[in-house]
Design a protein around this ligand. Structure first.
Ligand code: S3P
Length: 441
């Protein structure tokens, strides 16, 4: 990728006309969750960490900038490279920043960094954009306070900006009240500095990239059943990390490949971590023609190529333990369900309310504008699919996954679909429109 800025890649709106089909081979950009974590662990290591296929996007660059603000040298990222080097400072080497740390729109940056900041002997303030300032932080603040961190704001500690005074931490035994990889990761990261052994119990499993990567870097972490234990760690050493393609980005083309007629797509090098592949399970259950080929491991994560061809989808029920495995894909699954014959019920997904937008509302409002019959549930929705979608004027609600899902819907709607406020796509997938233009017929 050549030098450019992730701040101004996208137009403020996009217009989509119907596609005759989608064909081609797509290289999916690096996984966002794994890219954040590689920067964090690289910065906390001794020595260099080389990250290959790093996701260059606004959210991951927030994490990069925050470490730069604390004195970590990171080469390549500012010029838009997907191969970057982090000159780690070790677990005791971060410097107090002279500015307020800024997480932008990135919930992962804010929540994981709270875990890192909890381990620092200095005081920091971290904030985000207007959307992030409305997202609940209590779920991370509570366990970190139990470990001994002082975290406060003007109100109740639930919303950014948050002031963090870390330092001496003690290990805790924590039962996760919500299935959240961000909360789990924040506690595990703080556990690196906490005296004793921090133990987390998960009743519903969330994505496990942090555990895998901590182990790969040499932290004293082990898993037993639904428990994860981490011991105070003095140091670990930089590594080479190869980031798989992001299944959450692949998801848009996986779904489109199913419901757009005359489609045949090959998605290369996609992460197929079992805690992330709910979308594949669900689409297959809906009748999708999806083939997983060339399965192998890249470092500590499983990857594969995925081939998808047009098929006739049918409605299904999506609920229970699979929800955390596809939580970020529900907007595009809802679009697929709109093209599927019959009723799709999505429930137990109340976490949708706390994402970059209230996704229950943003999905339903947009689908209804496209002519789909949708019922709202407190923890999901019921979609009556199979009727033609009619192009409309839609809103992203400042939420990248809503913007991209609705653009994909437009490929099979009648007439033109316009999506407003699409700059947010830069937070996770700056190449989205380029790829779409390449594969559409
Ligand atoms: C993420 C965890 C999930 C996911 C988010 C990324 C991560 O959030 O929705 O997009 O990288 O840990 P929760 O932890 O709130 O479930």
């Amino acid at each position: 990728m050549t030098k450019r800025s992730v701040e101004n890649l996208f137009m403020s709106y996009i217009k989509i006309s119907p596609a005759k089909g989608l064909n081609g081979v797509i290289k999916i950009p690096g996984d966002k969750s794994i890219s954040h974590r590689a920067v964090i662990l690289g910065a906390l290591s001794c020595g260099d960490t080389n990250i290959h296929n790093f996701l260059y996007a606004q959210d991951t660059m927030r994490t990069v900038q925050i470490f730069q603000d604390m004195g970590v040298e990171i080469q390549g990222a500012d010029s838009g490279s997907t191969n970057i080097t982090i000159y780690g400072k070790g677990l005791q080497g971060l410097k107090p920043p002279t500015n307020v740390l800024y997480a932008g729109n990135s919930g992962t940056t804010m929540r994981l960094m709270l875990g890192v900041l909890a381990g620092q002997k200095f005081k920091t303030v971290i904030t985000g954009d207007e959307s992030l300032k409305k997202r609940p932080m209590h779920r991370v603040v509570e366990p970190l306070q139990l470990m001994g961190t002082k975290i406060y704001n003007g109100k109740d500690g639930n919303f950014a900006p948050l002031t963090v005074q870390g330092g001496k931490l003690k290990a805790i035994k924590y039962i996760m009240p919500v299935a959240s990889a961000q909360v789990k990761s924040a506690v595990l990261l703080a556990g690196l500095w906490a005296d004793g052994e921090t133990v987390i119990t998960e009743s519903v499993k969330s994505r496990d990239h942090t555990e895998r990567m901590l182990k790969f870097f040499g932290a004293r972490i082990h898993k037993k059943g639904n428990k994860i234990a981490i011991k105070k760690t003095d140091k670990f050493v930089g590594k080479k990390v190869s980031v798989p393609g992001d299944i959450s980005s692949a998801a848009f083309f996986l779904a489109a490949g199913c419901f757009c007629k005359n489609s045949d797509l090959m998605l290369l090098n996609v992460g197929i971590n079992p805690t992330r592949i709910g979308i594949i399970t669900v689409l297959k259950k809906m009748g999708a023609d999806i083939e997983i080929i060339n399965k192998h491991k890249e470092g500590f994560e499983p990857v594969a190529d995925i081939r998808v061809k047009s098929s006739n989808l049918k409605g299904i029920i999506i609920e229970g333990g699979i929800i955390p495995k596809l939580i970020d894909e529900i907007p595009i699954i809802a679009v697929a369900a709109s093209f599927a014959k019959g009723k799709t019920i999505i429930r137990n997904a109340q976490e949708l309310k706390f994402k970059e937008s209230n996704r229950i509302i943003s999905i339903i409002t947009n689908l209804r504008k496209l002519g789909v019959t949708v019922e709202e549930l407190n923890d999901g929705m019921v979609i009556y699919g199979g009727e033609p979608l009619i192009g409309a004027n839609l809103d992203s609600y400042g939420d990248h996954r809503i913007a991209m899902s609705m653009a994909i819907a437009g490929l099979s709607a009648i007439g033109e679909t316009k999506i407003n406020d699409t700059e947010c796509i830069n937070t996770s997938f700056p190449e989205f429109m380029d790829i779409l233009e390449e594969i559409r017929q």
